[in-house]
Design a protein around this ligand. Structure first.
Ligand code: SF4
Ligand code: SF4
Length: 284
């Protein structure tokens, strides 16, 4: 049987916890975003009705999590403007090589912001786990992330997933790097007052992919991407980023300094054909 003093202490703890739980409103979230120096923040609460993909990630990493927080950091448009189709680099400086170091730096910054937020939540007494911006384990036997940050971000009202399967945010378009954390803190799902579908379905990303990794989605599907083809190309041939860049133009989220990239079907090449590219049909 519980002693009266033990009951009082439990009641006090529950009261303190409940006061803490109440503080997680939008003001707290907005201030916290500034404190940890993230460009964007969104939340998706976890419950039994959550999307199976989210529940999969939660079960894998922190089964007691009550919310998933997504952080976003802006890619510089100046760097993205320097990405060009590989054929344009013949005899010219390969300016797109600046993308990799830029992404590395953003990865460090967003992971630091994520760690800061985890620290804040843990100091408040909530178990929390930062998931890295890069290098999240894949599902066994699949080329599929154990948790798709883009899908969580979309459900948290941070943007729309486009035909290239990337998140397009109203603030930065595809120039948005993401990281997530799982926490036992009872944060509520964020919603946009003015949700917009930023994908214009122009199919420019489909047309520009040098290896045909993006297909025009079949009816009922939102995107169709051959992840293996894209991964292979990016790792073995080029850093790429062409679908991100062209979408930035298509959705008005980036200016251009090197002339617009015009997507044409002539850009599409099979991976096997890549080494035999005929550039004669390409447009500036
Ligand atoms: S390039 Fe066009 S179709 Fe592709 S994701 Fe962007 S807006 Fe959508
Ligand atoms: S990053 Fe390049 S290879 Fe990958 S889908 Fe986009 S355009 Fe295609």
């Amino acid at each position: 049987m519980n002693q009266p003093s033990v009951i009082k202490s439990a009641e006090k703890n529950a009261r303190q916890k409940s006061q803490l739980d109440d503080q997680f409103d939008n003001n707290w979230l907005a201030q916290t975003r500034k404190d940890i120096a993230a460009d964007l923040i969104g939340v998706l609460a976890v419950d039994e009705n959550s999307h199976p993909d989210l529940l999969y990630g939660v079960k894998a990493f922190l089964p007691s999590a009550r919310a998933c927080v997504v952080l976003g950091m802006e890619y510089a448009s100046e760097t993205m403007n320097l990405i060009k189709h590989p054929a344009k680099y013949s005899g010219a400086v390969k300016t797109g090589d600046l993308l990799a170091p830029h992404v590395n730096q953003l990865t460090i910054e967003i992971d630091q912001a994520n760690s800061k937020l985890v620290k804040i939540l843990r100091e408040l007494g909530y178990r929390s786990l930062a998931l890295p911006s890069r290098g999240l384990p894949l599902r066994p036997g699949e080329i599929k992330a154990s948790l798709s940050f883009a899908h969580v971000a979309e459900a948290a009202g941070m943007g729309t997933i486009g035909t290239h399967s990337l998140l397009i945010t109203p603030e930065f378009g595809t120039r948005t790097r993401l990281a997530c954390l799982l926490t036992e803190a009872p944060l509520k799902t964020t919603r946009r007052m003015d949700p917009v579908d930023d994908c214009t379905h122009c199919l420019d990303c489909v047309k520009i992919c040098p290896v045909g990794a993006i297909s025009s989605p079949v009816p009922g599907a939102r995107y169709q991407v051959d992840a293996m083809r894209c991964k292979f190309y990016r790792e073995k041939v080029d850093n790429c980023g062409l679908c991100q860049k062209i979408c930035s133009y298509a959705t008005g989220h980036s200016e251009t300094t090197d002339g617009p990239v015009i997507a044409t079907d002539a850009f599409q090449q099979s991976l096997a054909d890549y080494v035999r590219l005929d550039t004669s049909g390409w447009e500036e």
